[in-house]
Structures are given as C-alpha cells and as structure tokens.
Design a protein. Structure first.
Length: 402
C-alpha cells in the first residue's frame, strides 16, 4: 500500500497543467492562478515620502545646530504635487505619505518636540539620517518581478496588483470539477428516509471545499450501486470536467464497482493506502489525462483524504508551483498506542495552558463520526514509524482553513 509521502509525489507526476487562460479584472481575481509573471512598471513608493507625521530636516544642518530650536516655515500634505524647494536650513512640517521636498533627508516625529509660541524644541533622542522616511522603490523597484506565473492570488496579492496599476490580469481558466456520490444507502438531505438509509454528506463537504472563484462544480448527485450507471456517469463527467471526485464504492465489496470501472475505462494508479482514516482511497487517470479521485464513503475519511490530497490535484491542474499543506508542531495533551507502519490523522483541537499550546484529540476517532470534525480545528499527524504517543510529544498539526 502507498504511504503518505509517496501519494503526494505520484499525484503530482500524473497531473497535466491546464493551458487555457483568460483575462479578468483584478477585483475578480482572488483565488485564481496567474498565467503570466507580473513585473512592476513603477517604483513603489514613486518618491521618497514620510512614514510618520513630523518635521523635516537636512541631517547636516540638524546635527550642527547646538540649540535644537526651530521655527517651522511651511507644511507639506499627502497628495500635493507642486512642492516648493526649501533651503537646507529650513524646517518643514510633513504629514504621513507626503512626498519629501528637495534638501531634506531626516524626519523626526511630532512627539519628539516641545512646542511653545510656534517654536519647536527637540528633545534628547537618537538621530539617524533617513529616519522615518520611506525611500523611492523601497517596497517595489521598477522592472522587479513581483509574482511568478502560477501564483495563487490572495487578498494581499490583489492589493499589490492594484498598487502596481494593474486593472486586469491573465489567469488560468476556471477548472471544472465533477462530483458524484455512490451508494444504495444514500439519500438527498430533506427527503424522508427509513432507518436503513443515510443522508449524503460527502457531496456537500466536497462542494464546500470547492467553493472558490477558480472552480466550477458539476454536481451529478447520487448514483446507485449499478456498474453500468456508474460507468455512464463517469464517462459523461469525463467529457465535461477537468477532474472527477467520486465518493463511495471504493471498498472491496461485491457492489463496490468504482475501482473496476476505472481499470476498464482508464488507468488505476493506486488503490488502498496506508493511512487512517482513508484506506480505500484510490487515484486514476481517464482518457485525456483526466484525474479521478476515488474517495472513501465514510464522511470523515472522505473529508480527511480530500483535505490532504484533493487540494494537491486542484493546485497542479492550475499551477506548476510546489504545493504543501501548512502545519506546525504542537505538544500532545494525550497519550495513546498506535499501529506501526501506518499514518494516522486524528481530529484535534488546540488548547492553550499556561501560555503553552497543546492539542487534544477527539474521544472517538471512527471514520464515520462526523462530529469529530465539527469539534476539531485541525488534523494531528501520527507518523508511520511511531507506536506510542507520549503526552507532551511534539506532533504535526494541520489547521483547517477558516
């Protein structure tokens, strides 16, 4: 069976980047992937400007003046374009963001002065040349590469694009993701059910994961345990989508047909992994290099596997940049035995005690206990070579997105 680190590399090596692009307005570009590298056409800031409200000086004149008492000759505000030229011995009041007039290179904050009868007296402070001044191009220099092609655009990136003067950008076109649930026991939420049926939660979990501006979801609902019906729906989705997510039908039962169908109409790259929850996870490639993820039917296992590996598929369809899930180390607030040779991902919740961060695990870790995910705020990774977790052990914690 494939292990955690092997799966990531195998998926990456079998995904083809989508080449089609589109040009969109930057206000619509959050959660999209750049299809071009971005270079700055300007310096940011375009001129030396004030980082604080205060008084401007010429450094040489300032340090050579023993009295440190001054009369302010003028005031400069942010947004003013026609700025006068002043003598290097002058003192000018300036507001945050205003451009510096010539002959000035030192800015001292207002609170470092005593003011009396329009005369300002400098308190005893350390003075450095260029203090409290943002220099031209300090943030971004003209012709500097700001983003590489394939970059995933976040809110702060949209702010940078707008500050560079970009109104539109070229991005990878939206990807189409088909989702499908399989199982005779499944019903749509809201329908009347018997005790033998369960409501389908997996498609709604996946829909929520896929609720991004870079993705169009094609939801094909629930398909019963019928070989030909499942095969037909997968074929239809293959022609409409860039990738397919199917949950259920991945085990080895007599009515679990999905793996057999993938072997018939495509190539099954792997099936069954050394991960708990999520052992029956599979991955295949259909004609046209369309990846298909075979997700476990148990809702917790479906969530965990998509959280760990579904995002990798979505990333490499839209970008060649290396994708890694974020995690950090935290002390365990529990002890437990563990089976050797298998990765486990427990549902955990962070707690802070006496200023130290710990993680608790949910009391029951079954693959069908959806409340364990509701209770938790991330996954705790237990590595395959571990057999016993001691309290206060340092563990990897993978936080859920807010």
């Amino acid at each position: 069976m494939y292990k955690f680190n092997q799966i990531e590399k195998l998926i990456q090596n079998n995904i083809s980047l989508i080449k089609q692009t589109e040009i969109i307005k930057i206000k619509d570009a959050k959660d999209r992937y750049l299809a071009e590298s971005i270079y700055s056409k300007i310096d940011i800031p375009p001129n030396n400007n004030a980082a604080v409200d205060g008084y401007l000086f010429n450094y040489k004149s300032l340090i050579s003046d023993p009295l440190k008492k001054y009369q302010v000759v003028s005031e400069v505000h942010a947004g003013e374009e026609n700025i006068k030229v002043y003598s290097s011995k002058s003192v000018v009041k300036i507001s945050t963001g205003a451009y510096l007039p010539k002959n000035f290179d030192t800015l001292i904050m207002e609170e470092d002065f005593n003011v009396k009868d329009k005369i300002i007296s400098l308190k005893k402070i350390a003075i450095k040349k260029w203090m409290n001044i943002r220099k031209k191009g300090e943030d971004i220099k003209k012709k500097q590469k700001v983003f590489s092609s394939g970059h995933f655009l976040r809110p702060q990136d949209i702010g940078m694009l707008s500050s560079l003067g970009y109104k539109e950008v070229k991005v990878v076109r939206k990807i189409k993701v088909g989702i499908l649930s399989n199982g005779n026991e499944l019903l749509e939420p809201g329908k009347k059910k018997s005790t033998k049926k369960i409501y389908d939660s997996n498609r709604y979990i996946l829909n929520s994961f896929l609720d991004k501006k870079s993705i169009t979801v094609i939801d094909y609902g629930i398909v019963k345990d019928d070989f030909h019906k499942i095969e037909e729906k997968i074929k239809v989705l293959k022609n409409k989508c860039d990738t397919i997510l199917i949950s259920g039908g991945a085990s080895a039962g007599s009515k679990d047909y999905v793996v057999k169908i993938i072997k018939k109409i495509g190539v099954l790259k792997f099936w069954k992994v050394s991960i708990k929850p999520g052992r029956p996870f599979g991955f295949g490639i259909l004609k046209g290099r369309k990846p298909i993820l075979i997700l476990p039917g148990n809702p917790v296992a479906c969530f965990v596997i998509f959280f760990l590996f579904g995002k990798i598929v979505l990333n490499y369809l839209q970008s060649e940049t290396i994708f890694k899930l974020n995690y950090f180390l935290v002390k365990s607030n529990f002890s437990m035995k563990k089976k050797l040779g298998r990765e486990e991902f427990l549902r955990g919740r962070l707690v802070i005690r006496n200023g130290i961060m710990y993680v608790d695990k949910y009391r029951k870790q079954g693959a069908g206990i959806l409340n364990s995910l509701v209770w938790s705020n991330g996954l705790i990774r237990l590595k395959s070579n571990e057999t016993f977790i001691k309290k206060n052990s340092m563990l990897e914690f993978y936080p859920f997105d807010r």
